[in-house]
Design a protein around this ligand. Sequence first.
Ligand code: AHG
Ligand code: MN
Ligand code: MN
Length: 353
Amino acid sequence: MSKVTTLGQFIIEKQADFPYAKGELSRLLRDIAIAGKTVNREVNKAGLMDILGKAGSSNIQGEDQQKLDIYANEQFISALTSGGECCIVASEENEDIIRIGSAVAKNAKYIVAIDPLDGSSNIDVNVPVGTIFSIYRKLSPERDADISDVLQSGTAQVAAGYIIYGSSTMLVYTTGNGVNGFTLDPSIGEFCLSHPQMRIPCDGRIYSINEGNYIHFPKGVKQYIKYCQEEDQLSQRPYMSRYIGSMVADIHRNLIKGGIFIYPYTASAPNGKLRLVYECNPMAFIIEQAGGRATNGKDRIMGLQVNELHQRTPVFIGSRNMVMQAEHFLQDAIDLSFNYNENSAFIYSADTH
Ligand code: AHG
Ligand code: MN
Ligand code: MN
């Protein structure tokens, strides 16, 4: 039987590469993995228990919370609280940051931003959902962490990852030294290294976008979609359209097969839908570490200034050449509908058709 490397072993081996590491980050990743296994257990048997459907509440974004959104949020917060390695959790499901007040955690040096359950509206129909997380270092050891420690730009991320609860459950993460993927072996309850040093192909043939919103897309995005659909032997077009509606699942597929995932801005949503802190920055870190590219159509996602916790951004992410091609279309259409203010936030100004 070939040797199996569990996530725990892998983390310890990697820690040995950093002689000054004291193990806090390793323990933090372990805490996240533990909560991930608990959420996985519930997601797996969701249809058998009364945990499907809406909880009857809405989150800070005004979106319906699913029962499993709340459950997953509680599990991650509780694992991070008892783990003691993180002083602040920022969750998509909570309006404000959560300070971990325990004696140990108060002096902890890490901050975790988390989308506990991504794609949660898909749970009821048994479509893959995920968890996205991002880890930052507290800015100064001399003072208690506050909101400014969370509003760091994506380039300051120490680690980022996602868990996909799919046909199998995987944890994929980076600490800035490549991307590794682990598949949960349910028979031993361990994430085992299955996808070492993941690389996203430079070119791909899959575009992922909610095309139902086509009429509202900026001109450059419409032109790019048409480009994807044209026939061209050299670039193997037309491309395939694949859109699950769970960012984690769509990006995971594109990471393995090559492709682009787009959530653009529209007139009614000038900053798009997806959140910079919980979704776009961690995914950008992973995809860049795998050799891909992530921008808002113009600027690098990880370089964007973070002004508020629940900030949104348009996102173009995936295979490097595909993202650059989409950016060209946007730039060519710049005079009509593609403008930014000084913070690289979009200003929607003119005709999009
Ligand atoms: P969440 O469930 O955390 O709110 O995220 C849902 C997101 C993302 O997973 C997905 O890519 C996108 O919403 C789908 O949005 P549309 O339904 O507008 O396509
Ligand atoms: Mn999400
Ligand atoms: Mn979510």
